[in-house]
Design a protein around this ligand. Sequence first.
Ligand code: AMP
Length: 357
Amino acid sequence: MRIAPGGTIGILGGGQLGRMLAQAAGKLGYRTVIFTPEEDSPASQVADETIVAPYKREEALKAFADKVDVMTYEFENIPQQTVLFASKDKPVHPSLQALKTSQNRLDEKSYLNRIGVPTTPFAAVQLLDDLVGEAPLLGFPCVLKTQRGGYDGKGQVLIRERTDMGRAYAQMLGQSCIIEAFVEFTRELSIVCVRGQSGAIQFYPVVENEHRDHILFRTTAPALISERMEQRAQTIATKIAEGLDYIGVLTVELFETVDGGLLVNETAPRVHNSGHWTIEGARTSQFENHIRAICGLPLGPTTQTHRAVMTNLIGDDIEQVADWQAQPSTFVHLYGKAEARPGRKMGHVTQVFPLDD
Ligand code: AMP
């Protein structure tokens, strides 16, 4: 369904991704309404309107759906009931199915393997006995993760040896988990792609990601990888997007293994931190392309125009903002968050360079 400029886009979630989506929507001539439980959220500061209510409050969701022509979400831990309820009135992209798949690590990895996309070997863990049975088969070290609710390294623990199993299991407080073989990766990569309502799909170049304390610290675009690996990443992203009949921006986080293979770590049914560089470094940003896709417009070119390095400003890093602002060819984005807590993403900086530099 095509939503013409002048229409209204509803965004579930009020964080920085919602903020940058609302900015892109405004540029294309759309109005935006944010739905978030948070007062003065980063997204609501730049949107036309905000409804502040808990995600499960049905009358507020109904009022939200009444105001908009199409809906999207900016983080994957939105309750499924929220999207299901809202989608009775108006279209939601990406679909509920895409959201469900990414919300549960066991469902996600099972789906990936079913469609022939490789992941590290894994097994479901409900009871300590499951862990004690499966972990030695996967080998040590291995990683125990909650099935739900994890992001930025939350809800996961490394098991170095047999004797760590009891303590690791206890840390998960009885939540359903998966145990994964540890990947000896050489690099962490990601690919951001966008699929439109016609089924057309376009890719941004594969980028390299460095994490600190499990949080993305820096993205370098493009990653220096072979043409073959670039194509392999595109094939993986296409399989995932087509299998879900996906509409919007989809991100696939990858491990490059020591033997030159690619494994999927996880997928995100949304714009992604590793795609922020596209605002200044590509012909069309990931945010604009997501808006174009959900509104049924033609997709914009994803061609890279500049080599780019994106650095997150996390917690106290915000104090260095004046230094960044003094640098040439450097674009500073701040998210309007009042309090700089440790681990909190306060903004990001993108440095651009000529492509052939
Ligand atoms: P996740 O929350 O699954 O995205 O994991 C956060 C980070 O933990 C990843 O970006 C990796 O750096 C690391 N990690 C997660 N799973 C594994 C694994 N199976 N082997 C090695 N490192 C991992």
